[in-house]
Design a protein around this ligand. Structure first.
Ligand code: LHQ
Length: 273
């Protein structure tokens, strides 16, 4: 198992066919689990992932979500052998019903999401990794905007994330050429947070996740909201939003505790409320 000791089905007690959902000490872990097909998406996997994301959203004890893949890949995007994506199908509907809700659920989740990119992330799999709040990749991982190779366009937020994260020139090059970007290159370009040695990936991810799970979850949700909104806002709009969100953060239990801990020169004990 990628995560080391300590994980089990735990309180979720759910068993899915195409993913795994586990939990440990405030961290929920979703593993895409169709390794023989490089964890590519089927309709069933979308249903299961949607249900897992809902459970994590509703679980106040889960204060961080980690997403990863089993085997040698993170996710190869849509399973191209599935009947629903035979030529002639309504791909707009597939995006509307399957991919868009997934990306919205991750961006809108009121807790940090970490993607642990353990291997190739292609097509919608690459953009799923980029939708996370913090993306770590193994040195051997690759990000591939594979869409144009099969005559499609980047979806799952690719045309939104790429130009914002790495600029138009690189975004356009990747989208048109479909060339792989290594973990190291992705870090150097600012596409992801960090690239780490393969055998360190899950240790680093879990230690980051545990750290975030002990943080001020409510403030983290407000930080996500602020940074995600900034991309479409003027400075004036953003200053207004910061005013509104800081008002909420300032009224939280965690601010009270953080302030007290600072004055008492001790580490804070945040509850996420
Ligand atoms: C796969 C796949 C796969 C099925 C590897 N499907 N079997 C939205 C709206 C509507 C419609 C369409 O899609 C979308 C969103 C999208 O994501 S479109 C983009 C879909 N993804 C791709 O185009 C990526 C296709 N895969 C690849 O280019 C390569 O497999 C990569 C670069 C990911 C990995 O290459 P390799 O490491 O050389 O592995 P491989 O190609 O040998 O794959 C291993 C097996 O996995 C192989 O099966 P086999 O039975 O021969 O062992 C592949 O057929 C299968 N596989 N990706 N997406």
């Amino acid at each position: 198992m990628l995560t080391g000791a300590g994980y089990g089905h735990g309180k979720y007690g759910m068993s899915f066919k195409t993913i795994r959902l586990e939990n440990e000490a405030g961290v929920a872990l979703i593993t895409l689990d169709r390794p023989e097909k490089l964890n590519s998406f089927t309709a069933e996997m979308h249903r299961e992932l949607g249900s897992a994301l809902e459970q994590v959203a509703g679980d106040a004890e889960a204060r961080v979500l980690v997403l990863t893949g089993s085997g040698r890949a993170f996710c190869a995007g849509q399973d191209l052998s599935e009947d629903s994506v035979a030529p002639g199908g309504d791909f707009g509907r597939i995006l509307e019903e399957r991919y868009n809700p997934m990306i919205r659920a991750i961006r809108g989740l009121k807790k940090p999401v970490i993607a642990a990119v353990n291997g190739v992330a292609a097509g919608a799999g690459a953009n799923l990794a980029l939708a996370a709040d913090i993306t770590l990749a193994a040195r051997s991982a690759n990000f591939i905007q594979a869409f144009s190779k099969v005559g499609l366009i980047p979806d799952s937020g690719g045309t939104y994330f790429l130009p914002r994260q790495i600029g138009r020139a690189r975004a356009m090059g990747l989208a048109l050429l479909g060339e792989p970007v290594s973990g190291e290159q992705a870090e150097a370009w600012g596409l992801i947070w960090k690239c780490v040695d393969d055998d360190r990936l899950m240790d680093e991810v879990m230690s980051l996740a545990r750290r975030l799970a002990e943080g001020p979850t409510k403030a983290f949700a407000l930080i996500k909201q602020a940074i995600n909104s900034a991309e479409a806002h003027s400075l004036d709009q953003q200053l207004d939003l910061e005013r509104d969100l800081q008002r909420v953060a300032g009224a939280s239990d965690d601010y009270r505790e953080g302030m007290r801990a600072f004055l008492e020169k001790r580490a804070p004990h945040f509850t996420g409320r």
